[in-house]
Design a protein around this ligand. Structure first.
Ligand SMILES: N[C@@H](CCC(=O)N[C@@H](CS)C(=O)NCC(=O)O)C(=O)O
Length: 222
């Protein structure tokens, strides 16, 4: 299988952490594909987005949720996405929450980098900051149910990928004091191979992106 990926995408990282946690990494060849390369990516994913996973019959799976669901059928260990029951929906809901956190971080970054700066919408950015803070608080509540001795579930994998993206793009966002349970769990997760060996980095040969003109801020409406 071939995984079309990038150096920084949190959704690609979610798939890579999943591959490592389930021992499937060796069954996948990683290909760095710039989404702007229309000829390569568009025939695989009409949306032109990574990750896209080319499978053995030549077709491709997207997006990261579908890819991880497929990968969960290929390994012999415990299912990372429960097949049925309330736990299935809890895990999938947490994945949506974590993906939404990454979405909000990505959207506010693109907005903050908009040129000319007069076009930047503070209202839009504030709304994403609100989503980021509230998502982190909600994940803090969920993390209380994660037990170190159980196999790492897909909810944890998605959360690790999103928090990794926040750490990569918004190191200065002081969320840990507000979310102590999540911070404690993340502090342990970052020490594992699946996190350490999938770190994002700026693409080689491309200019390092400019610093954010509008720094993220913690904001919770009570
Ligand atoms: N919901 C999708 C999101 C994928 C996504 O937004 N990928 C971004 C990179 S982080 C992308 O390929 N963007 C290129 C584009 O939209 O042209 C998933 O979970 O896979």
């Amino acid at each position: 299988m071939r995984l079309h990926s990038s150096y920084t995408s949190p959704y690609v990282r979610k798939v890579k952490i999943f591959l490592m946690e389930t021992g499937l990494m060796d069954s996948v060849e990683e290909v760095y594909t710039n989404p702007a390369e229309e000829v390569v990516l568009r025939p695989l994913n009409p949306l032109g987005k990574i990750p896209a996973l080319e499978v053995r019959d030549g077709s491709a799976l997207y997006d990261s949720t579908v890819i991880c669901g497929y990968l969960d059928t290929l390994h012999r260990g415990p299912r990372r996405i429960p097949e049925e029951g309330p736990e299935r929906w809890r895990v999938l809901r947490t994945e949506s929450l974590a993906d939404g956190l990454a979405d909000a971080a990505n959207l506010r970054r693109n907005e903050a980098l908009r040129e000319p700066r007069s076009l930047i919408s503070r209202e839009f950015i504030d709304r994403q900051d609100l989503a980021i803070s509230h998502a982190l608080l909600a994940l803090d509540g969920v993390a209380a149910s994660w037990h170190a001795e159980a196999a790492v579930g897909h909810d944890q994998i998605a959360t690790a990928a999103a928090l990794g993206y926040i750490a990569f793009r918004y190191e200065e966002l002081a969320w840990r004091g507000h979310c102590p349970v999540l911070a404690d769990w993340f502090g342990r997760f970052v020490a594992g191979d699946s996190f350490r060996l999938t770190m994002p980095r700026n693409p080689p040969g491309r200019p390092v992106p400019p610093a954010q003109s509008v720094p993220p801020k913690w904001c919770v409406v009570s």
